[in-house]
Design a protein around this ligand. Structure first.
Ligand code: GDP
Ligand code: ZN
Length: 460
């Protein structure tokens, strides 16, 4: 395929101080060469691939614009499979913008959002689910979410989906033989048996993948966390120290307001989304107002409950009610205000909290926060919300496609079991094969591709 040369600012993850202008396309090296003055008149057109060069960028009058390091990477061993040049500037956003303007004046076109990744896809460098993983990576809110995105990029999902498609293809091949040679009865029988066997296998694998989607979602969107407790026990103080002790997660998803960003915190790699539903955070009222059962329903939305008690006060009937409400959920009990004289019956607390984790804190004196964070992390990474080592499905388009695939494979199974003619069952199987193909971009319509890539950030 042939494309013009595109350019954009592309700052690498985790390296905020360095700014990069990336070019990709047939003229990438030539354009960079026009602007670049290396030591001893070195020409970029002549250097070996995958090398980096120190020098200066000059303007049309030959004046130095910027001190730069330029990486030259010739296709196809690049991210886009095209010639790629990366101009590293260490001067921050103003100078990097100046470099970009220069590059654009000399024949490159400003890349559309996600266009580098789109080229990688169109040039066959990555498949669609990998391209989407890059998009997730760009949006990844935390380190863990980033690892998830990376894992997908390595193609674990693609690999599994390919394998399932292969299995279906084998059955479809047998069906073809059947239709071509209807006189062989035993072939038909074998096909039926094999079809059911393979279809069951595919169904179970799709189900397994769908089961991981919930955890994938948690990693992507954060563990929705509700802080509950009677008035004055220290809920707001807890929220504040969680937000202040941990970097609030910054996302570049358009439309996220400051409020929303502040609600995300990264506790040792666990993304927490502190629920801001007034009725949930200030449960003191809702338990009274709407009763235990309804409160439970509201709190059911939460993946994690932080239940706060007051060390310097006696347990009340409201406290006991709260324990009833959160029974069976993932709960960390926090006994706060340990700097004050004890009033609480710890024996009773231990009994109430026996299924949960328990930590004591003095939020006023900044004590116990570490233990709380440890409890959150161990609950998430080792406990009931274990992430294991599975292939996660976290992308909503993939989840939707898997759900429809599951439906079509079940239709095929039902048909086969009822003895429906095999060429009818074949229709459902083919559909499953197509749907799975859409996950990895094998049978996708062009407009869907455009839509997907336009969601990307500039420069990726
Ligand atoms: P909420 O009503 O549950 O949200 O409780 P707040 O976080 O608003 O706290 C109620 C009061 O308790 C405030 O005056 C806090 O400063 C105070 N407080 C919070 N944590 C502690 C603590 O560990 N020790 C003491 N002595 N006071 C605390
Ligand atoms: Zn409060």
């Amino acid at each position: 395929m042939e494309f013009d040369t595109i350019a954009a600012i592309s700052t690498p993850m985790g390296e905020g101080a360095i700014a990069i202008v990336r070019l990709s396309g047939d003229d990438a090296i030539q354009i960079a060469d026009k602007l670049f003055k290396g030591i001893g008149g070195k020409r970029l057109m002549e250097v070996a691939s995958h090398t980096i060069h120190y020098g200066h960028l000059l303007d049309a009058k030959g004046e130095v614009v910027e001190e730069v390091m330029v990486s030259v990477m010739k296709g196809p061993k690049t991210f886009t499979k095209e010639d790629v040049v990366e101009i590293n500037c260490h001067g921050g956003i103003v100078s990097v913008n100046r470099v970009l303007q220069h590059v654009l004046k000399n024949g490159a076109r400003l890349a559309e959002p996600g266009e580098f990744t789109k080229r990688a896809f169109l040039n066959g460098r990555i498949d669609l689910s990998q391209a989407e993983a890059v998009m997730d990576l760009i949006r990844a809110k935390t380190d863990r979410a980033m690892n998830l995105a990376l894992g997908q990029m390595e193609g674990r999902l693609s690999k599994l989906v390919r394998r399932l498609r292969q299995e279906i293809l084998e059955v479809l091949a047998h069906v073809e033989v059947n239709i071509d040679y209807p006189e062989y009865d035993d072939v038909e029988e074998m096909t039926h048996k094999m079809l059911l066997e393979k279809a069951h296998f595919v169904r179970e694998e799709i189900k397994k993948l769908l089961q991981t989607s919930e955890q994938g979602k948690i990693l992507r969107e954060g563990l929705s966390t509700a802080i509950v407790g009677r008035p004055n026990v220290g809920k707001s103080s807890l929220l504040n120290s969680l937000v202040h002790e941990n970097k609030a997660i910054v996302t570049d998803i358009p439309g996220t307001t400051r409020d929303v960003i502040e609600e995300y915190v990264n506790v040792r790699g666990v993304p927490l989304r502190l629920l801001d539903t007034a009725g949930i955070r200030e449960t003191e009222d809702i338990v009274e107002r709407i009763g235990v059962e309804r409160s439970r329903q509201v709190l059911n939305e939460a993946d994690l409950i932080l239940l706060v008690l007051n060390y310097s006060d006696r347990l009340t009937i409201e406290d006991e009610h709260l324990f009833e409400v959160v029974k069976g959920m993932d709960v960390i009990v926090i006994v706060n205000k340990t700097d004050l004289p004890q009033q609480i019956d710890m024996e009773r607390v231990n009994e109430l909290a026996k299924e949960h984790s328990l930590v004591t804190t003095s939020l006023l004196e900044d004590r116990g926060i570490d233990e709380l964070e440890e409890a959150i992390a161990s609950l998430f990474f080792a406990g009931s919300i274990d992430t294991g080592d599975l292939t996660y499905v976290s992308n909503s388009r993939h989840i939707a496609l898997l759900n429809i695939s599951l439906q079509t494979i079940e239709d095929a199974i039902e048909g086969a079991e009822m003895g429906t003619p095999i060429d009818i069952v074949q229709i459902d199987l083919t559909r499953t094969w197509e749907l799975l193909g859409e996950i990895i971009g094998d049978s996708v319509h062009e407009s869907l591709i455009d839509q997907l890539f336009s969601q990307f950030c500039l420069g990726k």
